[in-house]
Ligand binder design. Structure first.
Ligand code: SAH
Length: 666
């Protein structure tokens, strides 16, 4: 099963009192956290797998754990935690997430490492899991904004230079920030709250137009993010003193007039594919030097490297493999005939004679830059090559560290490489009210990068959403588009939740998601998939009228949009003959009005006119409406697509305002 807390593992939970231990225990089970307890609590009978005991002081124990944990959750006084961790804190870029939980588990405080450590997100997930209130004290979260220092994380961007603290502080005091985005996805821009501080300058993102072709839904949050604050975009004025640069370029030195904004921070989307060819046995050092020189000469940011591309003959080249390992870069290889299919500026006959392809570095870079996750395709770019082949040769006679020769070319991809394994979470959101969404489903909704659903359900889950989440809404009819969009984002590397009302696998989106995954030749592993069950309409409706489903029952949808009516009629017939209690989903729409009448006729052949019937509309929603009637009078009451109709069996009876189907105990 997928662990929604995997980003925070290894994860240490620390409790020193019995109440705190009791509160933290279930969370540790769900998250895979190790619960650290003083050895005085060691008790053979309650030995549990994920418990550890310490006999040194807590201070020493935390110091020993600190370097290896991604997150800590303390079930103890915040003051004590502050004293414990104070000597260990180093830098917010590297410190783990630290959250504090009060002994009864009512509040989860994100204490430290809130942004880059992921503490704010961690606290929100724990809160959903434990039904607690997250306490997030950072300014950006309270302004409904993603932290400027984490907004590129979902897309795998690398953080570059700049005074991040100054820019974060400017945002906290509600100053405007100029944004120049030259590379990477602009999705983050489209899901900002109305009063966001960003003023968008055209950073040449015209070439990102392909994004509008992704078939995405409508933005559920933002007003007009393209412009940000009106009237403050004029950089000639003195108002804006901060800039967010999202680029594959190396940051220009601050003293140059090209950088008039004093506080500029850089995010680098990984859009650059480095094509390489080399002599057999070329050393790592020569390759590193070659890349460093090219990137310097062309003012490119090395953080923006997506990966290395070459010919398949070089898939075992030691220097290239070492380079990829050292810098954690993927290696894409292509066959000679694939490379030959690409037009390149610098073909070479010598190379062709040697490896069968007239270009390695240039062609491989271009091909890698054109390989994008399926569903994310955009217009083909004719000139993705931004650095033509550069040749580096070590001086003659060099051996060892400086041996060999290498060619380097760079191509730019429209869609950044995220370096992440996507997740597709199929989430049932229950009949309506938040308290009927399971804690696991709530945690799933709070954890993902993107949420895709139908507008009504998105409104219902709004309180669970985090700032910075991509929330896309689709009309009720566009189920297929919803699923395709979600799969495309997940294949790209994002974690995505598809919401269905009720249960996701009962007339919901789960089945369609699996069918589409299969159509995409899904390998069963990437993206990772998990289904989160929800309370289905039949359970919700039944609970509002008593206990009508106490004996064998079935669900039948009266919608013949996807199922031939003859099939539905046959099922109604056998359910009636079999004396099943029946929950009718999709009972009547504006256009489909006859089906419910036919269903009634079929049941009247086999069941008494007096058979109790419940019509439950919008169970657990503000406009809930319940009617108890009989099979005979079924059509006298309003029935629509927001209703579920429950037909009793031959034993179901009405008792006051309740329906009961006896199971036979009496
Ligand atoms: N996946 C959903 C069903 C979707 S089909 C589930 O498991 O509940 C849509 C149908 O579900 C509606 O036409 C209606 O018949 C029923 N339904 C959904 N929510 C409901 C609610 N809150 N109250 C009553 N019926 C509901």
């Amino acid at each position: 099963m997928l662990n929604l807390f995997q980003d925070f593992c290894p994860l240490a939970a620390i409790a020193t009192t019995p109440t705190a231990i009791q509160t933290l225990e279930p969370f540790c089970q769900a998250s895979g956290a190790t619960l650290w307890l003083p050895s005085t609590h060691r008790n053979e009978e309650t030995e549990e797998e994920n418990r550890q005991f310490y006999s040194v002081s807590l201070k020493e124990q935390i110091a020993a754990l600190w370097p290896n944990q991604r997150a800590f959750i303390f079930g103890m006084a915040a003051g004590a935690v502050v004293r414990l961790i104070a000597p260990l804190l180093q830098d917010k870029a590297t410190d783990p997430a630290v959250v504090v939980l009060d002994p009864e588990g009512k509040f989860v405080v994100s204490l430290c490492g809130g942004h880059q450590g992921g503490g704010d997100r961690f606290a929100q997930l724990i809160a959903r899991q434990l039904d607690a209130t997250p306490v997030i004290t950072g300014a950006s979260a309270n302004l409904g904004l993603p932290g400027v220092d984490v907004l590129g994380v979902p897309f795998g961007w690398k953080k570059g230079a700049g005074d991040w603290t100054a820019v974060s502080a400017a945002i906290a005091s509600q100053k405007s920030v100029r944004v120049v985005q030259e590379a990477g996805s602009t999705l983050w821009q489209r899901h900002l709250p109305q009063n966001h501080p960003f003023v968008f300058e055209d950073g040449g993102m015209g070439r990102q137009d392909g994004e509008t072709g992704w078939g995405e839904g409508e933005n559920r949050r933002g007003g007009e993010p393209e412009r940000g604050r009106t009237g403050e975009g004029e950089t000639g004025g003195s108002k804006i003193d901060c800039q967010l640069s999202i680029t594959d370029s190396h940051c220009p030195p601050a003293h140059l007039p090209t950088c008039p904004i004093p506080n500029t921070v850089y995010w680098h989307p990984r859009v650059l594919w480095v094509g390489m060819g080399c002599e057999r046995g070329t050393s790592l050092e020569v390759m590193e030097t070659a890349i460093a020189r090219v990137f310097e000469q062309f003012q490119l940011a090395r953080e923006a490297i997506a990966g290395i591309a070459t010919i398949d003959l070089k898939a075992d080249e030691a220097g290239i493999l070492e380079l990829c390992r050292l810098y954690d870069l993927p290696l894409r290889t292509f066959r000679a005939e694939q490379l030959n299919s690409v037009e390149v500026p610098t073909p070479s006959e010598v190379v062709e004679r040697e490896v069968g392809s007239k270009s390695v570095a240039e062609a491989a870079a271009i091909l890698a830059s054109q390989t994008v996750p399926s569903g994310m395709e955009c217009e083909a770019v004719s000139h993705s090559l931004i650095v033509p082949k550069q040749i580096f040769r070590s001086p003659p006679g060099e051996a060892g560290d400086n041996k060999g020769a290498v060619t380097v070319a760079v191509a730019r991809c429209k869609i950044e490489y995220t370096a992440r394994t996507g997740q597709l979470l199929l989430v049932g959101t229950g009949p309506g009210a938040i308290e009927h969404i399971t804690p696991a489903a709530q945690t799933a909704i709070a954890s993902v990068d993107a949420i895709i659903g139908y507008s009504l359900y998105l409104d219902l889950v709004q309180p669970l959403c985090r700032p910075g989440q991509i929330i896309e809404s689709f009309p009720i009819t566009q189920e297929k588009q919803r699923v395709q969009r979600a799969i495309a984002l997940a294949q790209w590397g994002l974690s995505v939740a598809i919401l269905s009302s009720g249960d996701c696998g009962i007339y919901g989106m789960a089945g369609l998601a699996f069918e589409e995954l299969q159509a995409n030749h899904w390998d069963g592993e990437t993206p990772q998939v998990q289904v989160f069950p929800g309370v289905s309409a039949l359970q919700a409706a039944a609970s509002r009228v008593g206990a009508p489903l106490m004996h064998d029952f079935c669900a039948i949808s009266l919608s013949d949009l996807l199922t031939p009516w003859e099939v539905i009629e046959k099922r109604l017939e056998v359910a009636a003959v079999g004396d099943f209690v029946v929950a009718l989903y999709n009972p009547r729409s504006q256009k489909r009005t006859q089906q419910i009448a036919i269903a009634r006729e079929i049941f009247l052949k086999h069941r008494s006119r007096k058979t109790p019937v419940a019509i439950v509309r919008c169970a657990y929603r503000l406009d809930e409406h319940i009617i108890l009637t009989t099979l005979e009078h079924l059509l006298d009451s309003p029935i629509d697509m927001l209703s579920t109709v429950i037909l009793g069996n031959s034993n179901t009876y009405r008792y006051g305002n309740w329906l009961v189907t006896p199971r036979g105990y009496q």
